[in-house]
Design a protein around this ligand. Sequence first.
Ligand SMILES: NC(=O)c1ccc[n+]([C@@H]2O[C@H](COP(=O)([O-])OP(=O)(O)OC[C@H]3O[C@@H](n4cnc5c(N)ncnc54)[C@H](O)[C@@H]3O)[C@@H](O)[C@H]2O)c1
Length: 336
Amino acid sequence: MSIPVAIVGLGVAGQIHARTLAATPGAKLIAAADLDEKRRAEAARAHGCRVYPHWRDLAAAEKDLAALILCTTTQERKGPLLACAERKLAVFCEKPPAHDLETAKTIAAALAESGTLNAAGFQYRAHPLAGRMKELAAGRRVLAAQTLLARPMFQLVAEGKAPKAFYSKAACGGPIIEQGSHFVDLLRWLTGDEPVAALGAGDLGDTHPREGRDCEETSVAVLRHASGMLSTHIVNWSHAKTLLQMRLLGADWDLTWDVGKPSRLHGHVDGKPVNEQADAEPFEIELRAFLDAVRDGDAAKVRCTYADACRTLAACIATAQAIERGTTVAVPNLFP
Ligand SMILES: NC(=O)c1ccc[n+]([C@@H]2O[C@H](COP(=O)([O-])OP(=O)(O)OC[C@H]3O[C@@H](n4cnc5c(N)ncnc54)[C@H](O)[C@@H]3O)[C@@H](O)[C@H]2O)c1
């Protein structure tokens, strides 16, 4: 039997998850909400689901849901997540979990107190090569890590293919929180080594028009982790192509994951070369893991919980503050 699921927010993320649901026999998209009439009409046509303009309308009308997938803009998270906690409705929330730590902590506390099954959308954890990298790195000391996330975001905005929100820190959180958080999260998951302090630098750049834009073209973060490991994270939103890379460096081993299609994991471990490839859709794997968790009532199947995503957010907010202030910022321990 299929479990009944709803999606709130039918933008880029919501549409990806709707397609995954359509291809997942154990779940059915029965309802969706979006402020935009065209997006509602398209979802109703493509998926035959009931549609509502606002999440509150959906919540009031749909009483038999097994799970809700929340893909609204990041500012619109608190209301629907607290409503899910109140009725103990399992919820998958797209990343980042919030734009500020106070909101994130309030939501995490409500989900924990009510015992509501929850997940957050940091999908790179779900890629098979991420699992393989974690397996190969297990028990080895990581001295340094390096991540690169380059995407033509400003070009896409200029072409009308991405929302103007990517120009504004108030709207999207800024490059480190909106997208750099993916690899900060992945590194936390791979190593279990929590970031404790952040340094950063950012440059507005001039590859694309700057009028009304406060999101940096290039942001660089340096994180110190609890073990002493240092990591650097470069985010660039003006590169013509998408380049995604995660590298771990030990004294006598190294692993690099070039994330793409197909993805390649390469390096040297125990004096032997590593060279593996895999083609996978991590978005699909993570959502299906959440749906399995809901169906089986087994929270352990979730790849990333909301509270775990909040720890990643804490490191990214500290980095964004370090960029603004030009000083080192301590990463707060959110759940001591
Ligand atoms: N995991 C990933 O790789 C990934 C990819 C894309 C987006 N995201 C995240 O997903 C979120 C949404 O991003 P997007 O690019 O899809 O944005 P988007 O602007 O394309 O879509 C958001 C949608 O939410 C709707 N919405 C806002 N408030 C609402 C409300 N009160 N009720 C109903 N609908 C409402 C808007 O009308 C809009 O259509 C962001 O937090 C983003 O960071 C994650």
